[in-house]
Design a protein around this ligand. Structure first.
Ligand SMILES: Nc1ncnc2c1ncn2[C@@H]1O[C@H](COP(=O)(O)OP(=O)(O)OP(=O)(O)O)[C@@H](O)[C@H]1O
Ligand SMILES: [Mg+2]
Length: 284
């Protein structure tokens, strides 16, 4: 079943900023159609300015299509009276955890969302504990957020969204400010929430190695969807992506080049592990 459906969605900012830049007429999202199924893990990749964050904000009705339609669990996001319902269904996690953590103690921070939703206080405790356990941060519940590492802070920010029990979380470059180990922690957490709790995940990322974890990848280019499919279907189109100066995973790139040099590589790998297995066969 589709959870999010975009039908010929176009959007342009009509702000002083865009007038100033003299691009008020430019469509930032241009005729985007896509479906995201319930329980699916979707990655969105693309250059700076290709419209990824603008699309993410459409998913929880922070922005409304200029033309075309967007449905979240069957609800038209342009129906203002349903905005609250949509925000409960879709939670947004942003790039910088410092901008998302508001309280001085971890568990208070995670309680903030459910409190705002008017959840009964006796249930809040339960939700906060569950959310902190889900991101593996329960032992840090009494810590001050500023004492945590970047990856830990981002996991607390994710717990704050999970505590509102959304059906879907949209993460806009949640690992961009983290070191490799922080990035790993966050990606592992996202994967677990998707697989074990069945939460629909939309991950916006610049890291192709993160996108290979998804069930489906959408590549954005100039406000349009350039291509989409399984990670394998998308990243095997190396020529198309290179032409648009987009990356593919390092393992894919390496084997693509080896194949161009005449090495007998039939299918391109996505991960380092696949690459090692493939090369050790070829080099036998
Ligand atoms: N509030 C705004 N008002 C006017 N124009 C905006 C606004 N926010 C973004 N834009 C413009 O919309 C276009 C798409 O921006 P968006 O932030 O959605 O891209 P992005 O793919 O998320 O980029 P990045 O990878 O840098 O985060 C850009 O040209 C940007 O300048
Ligand atoms: Mg962005």
């Amino acid at each position: 079943m589709d959870f999010i459906t975009a039908q010929n969605l176009s959007f342009r900012y009509d702000t002083e900023y865009s007038q100033l830049k003299n691009d008020g007429q430019r469509m930032v999202l241009d005729d985007v159609s896509l479906n995201i199924k319930k329980g699916e893990f979707v990655a969105i990749v693309g250059h700076n300015g290709s419209g990824k964050s603008t699309l993410a904000k459409q998913f929880n009705a922070m922005l409304i299509p200029t033309s075309g339609k967007l449905f979240v669990d069957g609800i038209d996001t342009s129906d203002e009276s349903r905005c609250y319902d949509i925000r409960r269904k879709v939670g947004l996690v942003l790039q910088n955890p410092d901008n998302q953590l508001v309280a001085s103690i971890v568990e208070e921070d995670v309680a903030f969302g459910p409190e705002n939703l008017g959840i009964e206080p006796s249930l809040i405790r339960e939700r906060v504990d569950e959310a902190l356990k889900a991101v593996d941060m329960y032992d840090f519940r009494t810590f001050a957020p500023h004492k945590l590492s970047g990856g830990q802070k981002q996991r607390v920010a994710i717990a704050g969204v999970i505590a509102m029990q959304p059906d879907c979380i949209v993460l806009d470059e949640p690992t961009a400010m983290l070191d490799p180990s922080g990035r790993n922690e966050v990606i592992k957490t996202i994967k677990r929430l998707n697989k074990e709790s069945g939460i629909t995940v939309v991950l916006i990322t610049h890291f192709m190695e993160e996108a290979v974890n998804a069930d489906k990848v959408f590549v954005m280019d100039g406000g349009k969807i350039l291509c989409s499919g399984t990670p394998y279907e998308v990243f095997s189109q190396v020529e198309l992506l290179k032409k648009r100066r987009l990356d593919v995973p390092v393992a894919t790139q390496l084997c693509y080049k080896l194949r161009a040099c005449g090495v007998d590589i039939k299918s391109l790998p996505l991960t380092n592990e696949e690459c090692i297995a493939l090369l050790s066969e070829v080099l036998k």
